[in-house]
Design a protein around this ligand. Structure first.
Ligand code: ZN
Length: 55
């Protein structure tokens, strides 16, 4: 499963691959990695989870 999303490391839109997903009370939590640089991104629904991204 792939997703187009802005990568702050590449500073442009990249293809992200799904690493993992789990259901949480806020919605579906998904973890992605940038195929270009390996940057990891956590989304809850369609929103970036900044707390998790900085952890
Ligand atoms: Zn990247």
């Amino acid at each position: 499963m792939d997703k187009e999303h802005y990568c702050p490391s590449c500073d442009e839109d990249r293809t992200f691959s799904l690493m993992a997903s789990e259901q949480v009370h806020l919605g579906k939590k998904t973890k992605w990695w940038c195929e270009e640089c390996g940057y990891e991104m956590v989304l809850i629904g369609e929103s970036v989870d900044m707390a998790a991204a900085e952890a």
